[in-house]
Design a protein around this ligand. Sequence first.
Ligand SMILES: Nc1ncnc2c1ncn2[C@@H]1O[C@H](COP(=O)(O)OP(=O)(O)O)[C@@H](O)[C@H]1O
Ligand SMILES: [Mg+2]
Length: 144
Amino acid sequence: MIIEVASELETKELGKKIAVGLKGGEVFQLVGDVGAGKTTFVKGLAAGLGVDDDVQSPSFTISRMYDARDGLQLAHYDFYRLNDPGIMANELEEMMNDPTTITVIEWADIVEGVLPEGHYTLRFSAPTETTRHIEVSDTLEISE
Ligand SMILES: Nc1ncnc2c1ncn2[C@@H]1O[C@H](COP(=O)(O)OP(=O)(O)O)[C@@H](O)[C@H]1O
Ligand SMILES: [Mg+2]
């Protein structure tokens, strides 16, 4: 299913709606060019998960962790600058296998082989400066 959003706010709202149904243990792969809205989506997802901290792009730090509602945590990765997946492999594996962690990865190509079978892929594209198309798998629950 392709969802069209007309503003940054709508992208965040989509993240919030998806956050409602999350139970922990989910893994999201976000695909799309620089500026497509991946990190913006994660900001909404985090807000919907009750994260109080300001979500910043992990493109320099590679990884950022946030405490979320109900004892959950959000692990946010950006592997754009990562040349050697080896240095992140253990931590990533641990997070993806933790039932209290929701793992979101931007630029996951370098680790694609280790993503769990049930992971969700969201594909972002930017037809205009302010609209975005976000393709989500039909199995993903989006609350009203
Ligand atoms: N509908 C939209 N959804 C998300 N971001 C948008 C939208 N319209 C404009 N933008 C802008 O596009 C940029 C998206 O940046 P970001 O979320 O960091 O992208 P990415 O993480 O994919 O590189 C931001 O500057 C944001 O203000
Ligand atoms: Mg980003």
